[in-house]
Design a protein around this ligand. Sequence first.
Ligand code: MN
Length: 396
Amino acid sequence: MVRFVHLADAHLGRRQYGLEERERDFLEAFNEAVDRIIEAKPEFVVFSGDLFDSYRPSPTTLVSAFVGLKRIVDSGARVFAVAGNHDLGPVPGGGRSSPLPLFEKALEGGLVNLSYSRPVERLDGVFVAGLPYTPRQEVEALKSALDAISKRVQMGPAQVVLILHQAVKPIVPPQKAEIDRTVLDRLAFGYYAMGHVHDRNFPRRTSQRRPIAYSGSLEVVEEREADKLEVYGKGFYVVDLDGEEANISPVNLSSIRPFLVFRERVDSARGLEELASKIEARVAGGTWAKPPVVRVSLSSARLDPRDVKDLQDALRDSLGQRVLKVFVRLRRLDEKLGEAEVSIEPKIDVEKVFEEIIPAENVRRLAIEIYRLYLEGKGSKELIRELERIYEGWAP
Ligand SMILES: [Mn+2]
């Protein structure tokens, strides 16, 4: 029997809605996960990709990730990781790379970056194997690498963990999946530690044979994940693996930003008022770890976008600091045109804005000209030539 922790999709550095608070939320979730992993005293940790939201994390994000990983390694648990699609960026000369090799070096092997060139590591009586995210068009390479790993580990001990960052059919709909679960089921792994799908698929402590397990993202990366937040929570799994029998204990993090999602059909001003009171009551009635994000999705055949904008402004006023942010979205229902998203923000007239901020007329005209050229997609040399032409036209 072996005990390990499975986590994935930390998406460090993600600044959802452009809000600094959301970037901090992702870091807090990661730091809480690190604390609770150390408490769980696993023999090792597997990380199934998307440590970062971008393959070019900011220096502070890189340092935060390093500090957290080092704390795990210093507690005595090695970390086995694969790169997710968000960690991978192009490298000069072709191919893709992630910041993970940097951590492997800096942590002196305390973190192992499993890759096509080194897909398997042995730790006492356990084989830990893994491959980075592989796009659908390269899935044949993934399959043959999996076959090769499977043959190699069959000779060894019974405990084998496979780490992947892929969408598997039918756990996700076929159009979003890269591989079919039958491909995995016929291989000789005891536990499939999956990343990429942000909703967890094992809500309760449960004993499973050779499970294909998604531990889910550590925070709400996409708004739609909020729907399952109450049922599944966010966090990681502690796994007790005995041969091909895995006991999965989900650990839920408590620092997750709450989301209140309201989806309603409203066709009258009265209906908007009722909805506003309902939202206020819900915010007032809850006890939250942090001020929640409030998302209102309205559908309507009649409402004027300006009234919906007024609702958003009114809610922002009345809810104030008790929420992080209120967003209202409007979908127009039309018998002929079908459903369409309608912007509730007034369109910005750039020339009017320039008029307000640039009083000198010739400078303003130049600014508008540069803006137009930019919109036409004219860059560097072409832009300079055009500007020279304008300048020559100005000369006496
Ligand atoms: Mn992800």
